[in-house]
Write a protein that binds this ligand. Structure first.
Ligand SMILES: NC(=O)c1ccc[n+]([C@@H]2O[C@H](COP(=O)([O-])OP(=O)(O)OC[C@H]3O[C@@H](n4cnc5c(N)ncnc54)[C@H](O)[C@@H]3O)[C@@H](O)[C@H]2O)c1
Length: 150
């Protein structure tokens, strides 16, 4: 089956260049966290339209960007499919970094932590399919597994 959207997708060299993200609508889950905040800080100056979804469990590392043009920040939980579906109209790329990170948290509430990783990731992938998103990047839990679907 041929799908021109995928046949014409840019190569990796293009996607790692910052200019590629200019004008793209990009969702960053966990965008207020350590990695997510650096992604947001990198994307805004190149002219991306960035939407952050975070429940601020770990505070807010993008507080200093409040009011910036092209940045929308929503408090929501990635396990709540209905809530995140309402927030995202369309998007070109998703970076999924929302996660409960830490050995202690995993020991105290293993089911809840796994639910964020598993159900949250399923919700983001479902949303990506529904919104016809071009690419989803996921940095998974307790390791450095990176999934990139272009
Ligand atoms: N920091 C690293 O060196 C590193 C290295 C490799 C992989 N990773 C992976 O990258 C991801 C992000 O790591 P990080 O260091 O930025 O962690 P972090 O704790 O700084 O950021 C995670 C963000 O997700 C948010 N969050 C948590 N649960 C949520 C939920 N249910 N809904 C919405 N938002 C939620 C938190 O509030 C936080 O802002 C994790 O999957 C982690 O395993 C991190």
């Amino acid at each position: 089956m041929s799908d021109s959207k995928y046949e014409n997708k840019p190569g990796i060299d293009e996607r790692i260049s910052r200019a590629y993200y200019k004008g793209q609508k990009i969702v960053v889950t966990g965008g207020a966290g350590f990695i997510g905040s650096h992604i947001v800080e990198t994307l805004l100056p190149v002219g991306a339209e960035v939407t952050v979804i975070d429940n601020f469990l770990r505070g807010n590392k993008i507080e200093h960007l409040r009011g910036r043009q092209n940045l929308s920040v929503y408090e929501a939980d990635v396990t709540d499919a209905e809530a995140i579906n309402k927030l995202i109209n369309d998007c070109d790329i998703m970076f999924h970094l929302a996660a409960v990170v830490g050995v202690e948290e995993t020991q105290i509430a293993p089911v809840e932590v796994l639910n964020v990783e598993v159900q949250g990731t399923i919700n983001i992938f479902n949303l990506a399919v529904e919104k016809n998103t071009n690419a989803v990047a996921v940095s998974e839990f307790q390791g450095t597994q990176l999934v990139f679907i272009g």
